[in-house]
Design a protein around this ligand. Sequence first.
Ligand SMILES: [Zn+2]
Length: 280
Amino acid sequence: MRRLQLASVLLGAGLLVSLASCDKNALSEQDSTVMTADELSLVKAAGFNSLWAEKHQGGYLIEGDIYLTKTQLQDLASTPLTHNFIVGDEEHYRTNYIVSTPATGVRTITVRLTDGFPAYYSTGLDNALARYNTYTDLKINFLRVSTGGDIVVTAADLGTSGGGCILGRASGFPTSSGDPSSGFTLSNSSCATTYLNTVDKVDEVVAHEIGHCIGFRHTDYKRRNSCGPGAGESAGSIGAIHIPGTPTNVSGSYNSWMMACTNGSPLFNDDDVIALREVY
Ligand SMILES: [Zn+2]
């Protein structure tokens, strides 16, 4: 089984991953999910597949797992693309901004799970944080908190898209001031919790979304090979910088916690650890 989209294509369950914070107030129009010609042109100009886009909850669901507002699309369409270091299809990439860390010591990133989730989600989060914290040589670590939190995981019914169940929606990447993204939403709809029905699956999705929050892009962002045939993502203005030391030439099956579509395994592979250690 390939990765859950994070895996609308193969599993009928899409995890909606935003490229930047979602400002639902940026749009005031459209009730229909049908895209106008102008909107399709905008999607294309922003570097995405205009054949796989629809209106959704005040913004646009693009390529099954990217959620952007019109303002964000306009920004991407008007911003010169970041220089890419594309050699292979499955290198690891980070955004231009990452979480700032102290010269000495470790920065602790706090994470809170809000109410509204099945109990095993809590265990899944704990396991994800524990796996990151296994790598004690990193300049970051993670601490679960019950109030506040740098990264907040919220529950909401995200509904469906194109007949697929939306599993979640990231709220972006690190800020220009070096803070992690403020968190992400996981859907608590019945279709989402039916799919994310084990601790390991929750662990995997949480670890992946935290990866975005601290600046990792999809390992296969260029072509999204893990999701099967379809379009890739754009480097856009957030950047897609190759992480040195990660593979530029991969053959056969390949596994990474930041593949666009999941394979059901929550584990970091060796190259994931290289990427974590290189960035942090
Ligand atoms: Zn993702």
